[in-house]
Design a binder for this molecule. Sequence first.
Ligand code: CU
Length: 140
Amino acid sequence: MSSWMRSRGLPSWGRVGRSYAAGWLAGALGALAMAAFAEAPAREQPETDRTINIVAERFTFVPSAIKLKYGETVELRLRSLDTNHGFAIPEAGVNVIVPKRGGGEARILFRANERGEFPFVCSKACGAGHTMMRGRIIVE
Ligand SMILES: [Cu+2]
């Protein structure tokens, strides 16, 4: 069992989709309108450049500092070694449940289309150290 979620903030598929639509419209207005139309690919999930596995366990995420290159697209796969946790990237509008041990993984597509640091936190109360359970994505 896994849950897919598209982030809605800046580093997100939503942004990718709008950029792509804008590019397609510009092409359709040009001399190669028919060619652009014929070659417009189906809207599928873009391929990811790599997968990053993240393990959640009271009260850490490992790794807790994830460096990405500007422009790359990654799939974050999260699994828990104990109880249910949450994984939220507030600035990207991401918030998913990381199912308890044996319950599968949560998957998130993240496009690094903005430089900077994007903190992430556990968003599901998981015990005494819950508020210390955090990390950051660094887009360089
Ligand atoms: Cu927690």
